[in-house]
Design a protein around this ligand. Sequence first.
Ligand code: SF4
Length: 301
Amino acid sequence: MTVAPSTTMHDEVRLLAGEKNAVILAHNYQRPEVQDVADYVGDSLGLSRQAAATDAQTIVFCGVHFMAETAAILSPEKTVLLPDLGAGCSLAASIDAEQLREWKAQHPGAVVVSYVNTTAEVKAESDYCCTSGNAKSVIEAIPEDCEILFLPDLFLGVWLERTTGRKLKIWMGECHVHAGIRPADIERWQDEAPDAELLVHPECGCASQCMAFGNERTHILSTEGMINFAKASPKPRMLVATEIGIIHRLEKEAPGKRFEPVNRKAFCKYMKMITLEKLRDSLRDWKHEVRVEPAIAAVQA
Ligand code: SF4
């Protein structure tokens, strides 16, 4: 392909995607310019569904490694590209398959519920895989007399215990970004912005404490839940407790409202490894392909 000198990187990416019959999926935490060039922007679950439904032969996943793996499992006949193989996840890295096998051996007969932020090997050792959007209903569907091992997120696990009333065995993993959003961040904003709604992701270090506030303007929501809430709510101002990349999408989908992060340092260095340039290179040079061993994928199909 010959690219005219005046062509922007955005245009170059779109041209390459068309030429290569590729669909670009971007997570809500991606850089604004990457979100803007994507065909779809969403959370892990929404993007997985898009990956499974697309007719395109290639999926370029602008997110982190475990998400690209999930897309590869759901679409084994397609090529899945991740523009930077270094885009990992501190939460997914908090438990590996061997550690999970040891934990299971200590609790024979227990049901294993894994959050989607896990490697393909860990998912293959699990009975259920959930997202923050459906975790509560997954736990509620498991018979009362079953012991449940929940992994890997400590804060999401505590929040699930409080909302379902079930006692869970919880793995002590955490996302460094969400764990860095502390109750003090929320308390400060509660005082400084009495007119604002608070949107809190359940992975946050403050999430379980937020529930104790019993405050009508505090809402514990998945990232997709935040988007839906912001669009439907008549309130003009919202404070957001999750990775700051979501602000861009909120501003696009609910224009005219004011969105502010409760903690401006809630920045995921892994998500931000994907740049427009690396996305262009990925399409142009066909890299980096993410594959899941068929034996591992087959357990989850
Ligand atoms: S924000 Fe946290 S959970 Fe999400 S990809 Fe980054 S490290 Fe992983």
